[in-house]
Design a protein around this ligand. Structure first.
Ligand SMILES: [Zn+2]
Ligand SMILES: [Zn+2]
Length: 289
């Protein structure tokens, strides 16, 4: 591959849509058409898994009074729609139908059951809850998670411990936004150097490496005002040194965020010497069918 090698445009995490997610926009078909218009070779459609019980709904779902059961039924419609779109646009783009999973008591068993029931291609394994608190929803909930853990360093440690439990239970083909826990922490660059935290990061990366999982280079961080994607640079460099595969994800939540940051993320990886030869998702994402 020469210097002029242009990697394919791909996204392993995204395709949330207003049709199936309250905090996203637009119909899923419009999102798919946007991927096609931007020349994506393949795109993973990975809607959030529905909550197992009412208590695990996102705050906006609670406010809107949508029950867990209704969200579970909606997920069945989602799975059917992804299947239809895969077929319909198979000449234009390779779509993978997946799901972004959650991390709370009972969520892993439920995620595996959903994957099997709907024959989903793969799971993006994410952690949006620490001690059952949805810490990434807003600063107040982030603070609540800090309090529950007994401090911000403890929040990081608990996050990475719960992430390891998730990795072991699900072995997700793609690990979503590995260091999301830094979301509302202006001092994260220093904090991850805390030996107690770094030891856990390295431990989890080793698990990812040993089990041949991929990391999501999640570009949505930039849209939310961060100066770099998840995974932050020092962790990304470690992952690359270990030979871990990375795939970019726009984490799109509607037409306007399709493709967001993918070229920048790809350039960053190329700068770090990564080949970005991800034309064939099957070589990276071990799908189950
Ligand atoms: Zn979302
Ligand atoms: Zn997520």
């Amino acid at each position: 591959m020469g210097l002029d090698y242009v990697p394919a445009r791909v996204s392993a995490h995204g395709g949330h849509s207003g049709q199936f997610c309250l905090h996203a926009e637009d119909e899923l078909e419009a999102v798919v058409l946007a991927y096609i218009a931007q020349g994506f070779v393949w795109a993973g459609i990975t809607e959030h898994m529905p909550p197992m019980q009412d208590q695990y709904r996102y705050a906006d779902e609670k406010e809107a009074g949508i029950s867990a059961l209704a969200l579970q039924k909606q997920f069945a419609t989602y799975a059917a729609e992804v299947k239809r779109l895969k077929q319909r646009y198979s000449g234009d783009i390779l779509l993978l139908g997946g799901m972004e999973s959650e991390c709370y008591p009972g969520a892993f068993e439920f995620a595996l059951e959903l994957q099997q029931r709907y024959a989903l291609d793969y799971i993006v394994g994410s952690v949006h809850h620490v001690r059952e608190i949805n810490f990434d929803f807003c600063p107040a909930q982030y603070q609540a998670a800090i309090t529950a853990c007994g401090g911000i360093d403890a929040l990081y440690c608990t996050y990475f411990d719960e992430q390891l439990t998730m990795l072991q239970a699900l072995r997700p083909a793609v690990v979503g936004h590995f260091d999301l826990v830094r979301l509302y922490d202006p001092d994260y660059a220093q904090r991850i150097l805390n030996p107690e935290i770094m030891r856990r990061i390295e431990r989890n990366l080793k698990y990812v490496c040993d089990n041949n999982l991929c990391l999501d280079l999640n570009m949505r961080a930039l849209a939310k005002g961060a100066s770099e994607p998840y995974i932050s640079r020092p962790i990304l460099v470690k992952a690359l040194e270990m030979g871990i595969n990375i795939l970019p994800g726009d984490d799109s939540h509607g037409v306007s965020s399709v493709g967001y940051g993918i070229d920048a993320g790809t350039a960053l990886l190329q700068d770090l010497g990564y080949a970005c030869a991800w034309d064939n998702p099957g070589a990276f994402i071990h799908t189950r069918t």
